[in-house]
Structures are given as structure tokens and as C-alpha cells.
Design a protein around this ligand. Structure first.
Ligand SMILES: [Zn+2]
Length: 476
């Protein structure tokens, strides 16, 4: 293997900002181009998300050799069934735990998209049979076990604290006669996770010459300035005065994190055991079940449920909410727009003895964002109805599972030689400022470039050769 010729590899982000994650890699092998995708997610929360999701892919799905799914978040995997519907015939390579969860996330995406299409009189984006087709073509892999999806491209998944099953993906492209090209695709990244111990990348990877494709969601803030933990104190304060706390959660990861935090509060005696905790939402409970019995989480974390936790009986939902005894309710969705949260919020928002506590990002246009921005006494549009905001609203960003910019920098500094650092998956100005930050602070990195904006970065084993603006040419 190896050789004197330099191999051309093109990298193009097919998404501009944070959601809709999709990166196209084109290897210019002498026998023909090899094209593959890293993730193919749904656009979410953006104003024109629906339009972006339905747009034709800016590549031919039939020409894609394989897909790598870095982790089971909808903004990274939610358009995979659409890809199959539009002619993709290859495999989806992912980790074992992501493979176990894809059934839930893709079926849920299909349901949500269907409801959305019905509401706006649009055609369905994809069907359950497209979901089954995608699931039937998933190939699960162990961490640290190299596989070769097509001859010449070797892939290894390493652990990533962002989410259970999430991978840091090492791609080693070795075409006979050419110098190999190595890429690390970070997906979304965090160093650690409460639910499992993250094994570091091996030294051999840190010592190799790599191109890194990184996210930059929090590329504007240092960990020291990021959200401080306030959740536990908030809950204590709220329950002193009020009867009901509603916590809208994401079904996967955030919900389990919050349950674990409530359990720790009980152990610290911050939360009396006699205050019942109700959970509601089928997808949320399905993920809880996987955490307890199926996914590769630490044994001591399997029992993350707090005491006095009850599954909400739908028939008693209204009665339980109306009663004035103290209680905590966790339900989906995290931004309030889907799931049972849509029913709870209108019942609670006009009650002064209640609080809705958001625990994650709320996109513009969602019920969560509207509530956070409204003043007391304002009329708030809750989708199906409008109500006067009388309850308290709180928020914390402490449960974030993305590395902040200094934490990303710390990771990049572990490498001996970064040929290029390619920044994507962030708001436009954040990507630019994070690029500048990395240029100033990294002395082990040859060049830093921002992906997106219809730019294709052309690289070889040594570094970036050129950048092509796709708006000027269409056929790569
Ligand atoms: Zn993610």
C-alpha cells in the first residue's frame, strides 16, 4: 500500500448550520470516484426546515457507495429513509448501540413528518416501508473494530461521550499506488458521559497525520462561561412554593439524564421521596427501557430511576394534573411541540401554582421558545390554542452534550499533526469565529477551513489543495 501519487479527496458539507447534518466525501480513485456520506439528518427548527428537507439532494443517491451514521440524533439520521426512497441502494454503517436505537428514531421521524405533512397538506416525505428498507440495510459494528465498506476505505468507530452509541469515526483511505488519506469525523462531540465510561482514542490515531471534520455548535463559548448547574436548586425552590413542575425532555438522553439527576437529589435529601415523579411519552419510555436492559451503559447506571417514579396513566392525566398535591412530571417533547407536552402545557400555563422547566435548547418558532420569551400576562400561541402565561417558566442549559470551544481545542491538541481542521455544524458566524480561535491557538494544525456555503475542500495526504465554490460549478 502507499505510493508516490497524491490521492484527491473532496469534502463537502451539504448543510449550512446546525441541523440537517450531511457530509459528502468523494475519493478520486483511478478506477472511478468513490462517494460516501457521513450522516444524513433532518433539518429541524429552522424556518425553512420543511423545504430544506424536501429539496432534492445535491448529489445522486444512486452514486453513493455507503453511509456512516455517527449517532442516533434525528438531525444526523432522519433523512436516511428519504435517501433510500430516492434511489440509494447501499448500506448504513453504524455502532451496535446506534443500530439498536435507529428503529425508534426513524419510526418516530416518520410519524412526526406525516403529522406535519397532514397539517400543511403536503405529500409524505417517506413511509414506514422506507424506514424498514433503511433498517434492513443497517450494519452494526463494534467500537475499535476496523471494517472496509468498499475496497480502499477502512473505517473504525471510537467512543464519543456525546450520546450512547455515538462514534468518533476514523476513515483511512488507502488506494494502491497513492499516499493514504486519514480523516476523523467527529459527528457531535463530548469528552465524557454520565452513563458510560468513554475510552480515549488510541495513541496510534493521535500520532497519525489526520484531517479532522469537527462540529462547532458551542464554538463561541468556553466551558468556564457555559451554563452553570442550577437545575437541582431550581427544583428545590419551585417545590417550596408551587405544586407542579412540568419538565419537557427529549426522549433520548436528556430524559434519562434528568431522571438520574432527580434520583441524586433524592439521595442528597434535596427532594423528598414522597413527592411523586410521573413520566409520560411512549418514545421516552422505550428509550428508558433500552438504557436499562439493552444498551452498553455502565452497570451501576442501569438503575437511574428515582424513587416514587410512576408511569402516567393517560386516563388519569387530567385528574392528576388538576390535583393540588406536589408533583413532578417529565414528558416529551423537549421543545413542547410534540408528544404529550402539547396537552400538558395548555392545562398548566394559566396556573400560578405551576412551573414549566425547560432543560434543553428550544428552537425559534417552538412552544418552548414562545413561553421563554413571553412575559407574565402575555397571550402565548400554543399551536392548538392561545393562553395567558401565568405559570413560571425556567430554563437550564447545563445538560448540554456538546463540547465547548476550549474542550474541542483540548481534544485537537492531543494530535501530533493535523493536516487540516474542517469546521461545520455551527451557526455561520460561530463557524468563522471558531476557525479564527483555532488558527490562533493550535500549533499542530496546518490549516483551518470552514465547510458549508457551497464550498468543497479538496485535500490530499499533505493538506488542503484548493477550495472550490460550488456556486460556480455543479459537476464534480
Ligand atoms: Zn447529536
Amino acid at each position: 500500500m502507499g505510493g508516490h501519487f497524491k490521492l484527491r479527496v473532496d469534502i463537502r458539507s451539504m448543510h449550512e448550520n446546525v441541523t440537517g447534518s450531511c457530509t459528502l466525501v468523494i475519493v478520486h480513485a483511478p478506477e472511478g470516484k468513490i462517494k460516501f456520506l457521513i450522516d444524513c439528518g433532518l433539518y429541524q427548527g429552522e424556518e425553512n426546515a420543511d423545504e430544506l428537507n424536501r429539496d432534492p439532494f445535491r448529489f445522486d443517491p444512486e452514486e453513493i457507495s455507503f453511509i456512516i451514521a455517527t449517532h442516533n440524533h434525528t438531525d444526523h439520521v432522519g433523512r436516511i429513509p428519504l435517501l433510500f426512497r430516492r434511489g440509494y441502494v447501499g448500506k448504513v454503517h453504524t455502532t451496535k448501540d446506534t443500530a439498536k436505537m435507529l428503529r425508534l428514531s426513524l419510526s418516530d421521524s416518520e410519524k412526526v413528518l406525516k403529522l406535519n405533512a397532514e397539517e400543511y397538506g403536503l405529500t409524505y416525505m417517506y413511509s414506514q416501508s422506507d424506514v424498514y428498507n433503511a433498517l434492513n440495510n443497517v450494519i452494526p459494528h463494534e467500537f475499535e473494530q476496523e471494517f472496509e465498506p468498499v475496497p480502499g476505505v477502512k473505517v473504525t468507530f471510537y467512543m464519543n461521550g456525546h450520546l450512547i452509541g455515538a462514534a468518533l469515526t476514523h476513515i483511512h483511505i488507502a488506494i494502491p499506488g497513492f499516499e493514504p488519506v486519514e480523516i476523523i469525523a467527529m459527528g457531535d462531540y463530548k469528552e465524557d458521559n454520565n452513563f458510560f465510561k468513554v475510552k480515549q482514542l488510541p495513541n496510534s490515531v493521535f500520532k497519525s497525520n489526520v484531517h479532522i471534520i469537527t462540529e462547532s455548535t458551542y464554538g463561541y463559548v468556553d466551558s468556564t462561561e457555559a451554563a452553570k448547574p442550577v437545575f437541582a436548586q431550581n427544583i428545590v425552590e419551585i417545590l417550596e412554593e408551587k405544586n407542579l413542575v412540568l419538565i419537557p425532555v427529549f426522549a433520548l438522553a436528556r430524559g434519562q439524564e434528568v431522571l438520574y439527576e432527580l434520583k441524586k437529589m433524592q439521595e442528597r435529601k434535596q427532594l423528598p421521596m414522597d413527592i411523586p415523579i410521573f413520566i409520560d411519552g411512549k418514545l421516552f419510555m422505550d428509550y428508558c427501557h433500552l438504557y436499562r436492559y439493552s444498551l452498553d451503559i455502565a452497570d451501576e447506571m442501569r438503575d437511574f430511576y428515582p424513587k416514587n417514579m410512576n408511569v402516567m396513566n393517560k386516563d388519569h392525566r387530567e385528574e392528576i394534573i388538576r390535583s393540588r398535591s406536589k408533583k413532578i412530571i417529565l414528558t416529551t417533547s423537549g421543545m413542547g411541540n410534540h408528544g404529550p407536552a402539547q396537552e400538558y402545557i395548555p392545562m398548566i400555563v394559566e396556573r400560578k401554582d405551576s412551573c414549566i422547566h425547560f432543560v434543553g435548547f428550544t428552537a425559534p418558532g417552538t412552544i418552548g421558545r414562545a413561553l421563554l420569551e413571553a412575559n407574565e400576562g402575555d397571550e402565548v400561541d400554543l399551536g392548538m390554542c392561545s393562553k395567558i402565561k401565568k405559570c413560571e417558566i425556567r430554563f437550564t442549559g447545563e445538560f448540554s452534550t456538546h463540547a465547548k470551544r476550549d474542550e474541542l481545542l483540548k481534544f485537537f491538541k492531543c494530535f501530533s499533526n493535523i493536516r487540516s481542521l474542517l469546521i461545520q455544524h455551527g451557526e455561520e458566524d460561530v463557524k468563522d469565529s471558531f476557525a479564527e480561535y483555532c488558527r490562533n491557538k493550535l500549533d499542530n494544525c496546518k490549516s483551518v477551513e470552514v465547510l458549508g456555503n457551497a464550498r468543497t475542500v479538496v485535500l490530499d495526504s499533505w493538506g488542503i489543495k484548493k477550495i472550490i465554490d460550488e456556486r460556480l460549478r455543479c459537476n464534480l
